[in-house]
Ligand binder design. Structure first.
Ligand code: AVI
Length: 342
């Protein structure tokens, strides 16, 4: 028998490459070190840095701060929707749901969803999957304060963690996978489709996916969300250079790079870049690089894809889901969807 074809699955959260066979079995290939990944990304044209590198300890705190900014309303919108509709979401998830959150952040959103899990016959199994053990510690500490939950953490990439969760699934349990925020927006459309299909592959019919999506909205609104007047997003972006200087011995001069956020209408995405303000040479010995930047040359650090509601439904459908409920905050332009595996 010839081996199942192998395809690469995007791995924005760790930078590792992961191969997946057509049977859905993930086979890790040689992981690249942070230095190798940064080196390869900076050699690309246009130059890039991996978006997951934004989330060192300071970057994660800056992202938490972004979520409190008046100009970045989607986290608050999602929290309100979870508070308002949590009960019906949990009811739709079945009598014995096994809840899995991919990338739980500080655990606040799942805590909002589960805060009034009514007394059930047995504790609700909650599994948190993230590559960061620190993030899992924070999230699980928060969730352990709630009664009626049995928390387990998985330090793993999404697909790998999900596979572990499913392996111990108990008879009669249904799976509720939560992928909240607009995390799906940080995957380009083919990557998003592949990730959703991977999630679907470990599910059974009737299992559900609770997923957030940031919607296309007026450019001025998006611009403020990604280039806020307090400069928090600029600091979040520039912190990447601080990280490269610290971890890879770089000599990036922060005064000579500027945060740039742009709406790309053709690709339906916000892009974050760091623009070189001068012709300059930068050394990054830890990645074996010396780079001559032109004035105006950019390093592309993140893409945040925005969806039209119908487009998002289509994306879910193509991955094997059918919407079972959807809630929208028009002011923030945010959509929360409960999708059932069809
Ligand atoms: C985590 N992610 C969904 C955020 C986003 O909107 O793409 C990260 C972010 N970048 C700039 N502001 C917030």
């Amino acid at each position: 028998m010839s081996p199942a074809p192998i395809r690469l699955v995007a791995a924005p959260s760790t930078g590792e490459h992961q191969a997946s066979t057509s049977t859905g079995v993930s086979v890790p290939t040689a992981p690249r070190s942070f230095a190798e990944e940064v080196g390869a990304s900076l050699r690309e044209r246009p130059r890039r840095l991996p978006a997951h590198a934004l989330y060192d300890a300071l970057g994660s705190s800056l992202f938490d701060a972004i979520c409190h900014l008046p100009w970045y309303p989607i986290t608050r919108a999602e929290t309100t929707l979870l508070r308002q509709h949590g009960r019906s979401i949990l009811e739709a998830a079945g009598r014995h749901p096994r809840v899995v959150e991919l990338g739980p952040g500080n655990g606040e959103k799942l805590a909002t969803l589960l805060h009034d899990v009514e007394a059930r016959e047995r504790p609700v199994d909650v599994h948190l999957v993230d590559v960061s053990a620190t993030a899992l510690d924070v999230a699980s500490a928060r969730l352990r304060r709630l009664p009626g939950l049995a928390i387990r953490t998985h330090v793993a990439r999404y697909e790998v963690g999900l596979r572990d969760v499913v392996a111990t699934r108990q008879p009669g349990e249904t799976l509720l996978v939560a992928f909240l925020g607009s995390n799906i927006g940080n995957f380009d459309p083919p990557e998003a489709a592949a990730l959703l299909a991977d999630i679907r592959r470990v599910m059974q019919r009737g299992d559900t996916l609770l997923i957030g999506a940031d919607l296309v909205k007026p450019t001025a609104q998006l611009q403020l969300a990604y280039d806020d007047p307090l400069g928090v997003t600029a600091a979040f972006n520039s912190n990447l250079l601080v990280r490269l200087n610290r971890e890879l011995g770089g000599d990036f001069d922060l005064e000579r790079f500027a945060h740039d956020a742009r709406w790309n209408p053709a690709a339906q995405r916000m892009e974050m870049h760091l623009v070189s303000l001068a012709l300059q040479r930068v050394h990054l010995p830890g990645a074996g690089l010396t780079i001559d930047f032109q004035a105006g040359e950019t390093i592309w650090t993140e893409s945040s894809y925005k969806y039209e509601p119908a487009q998002f439904v289509e994306t879910l459908w193509n991955a094997g889901f059918v919407p079972a409920g959807s809630w929208r905050d028009d002011e923030a332009g945010f959509l929360l969807t409960l999708a059932a595996a069809r």
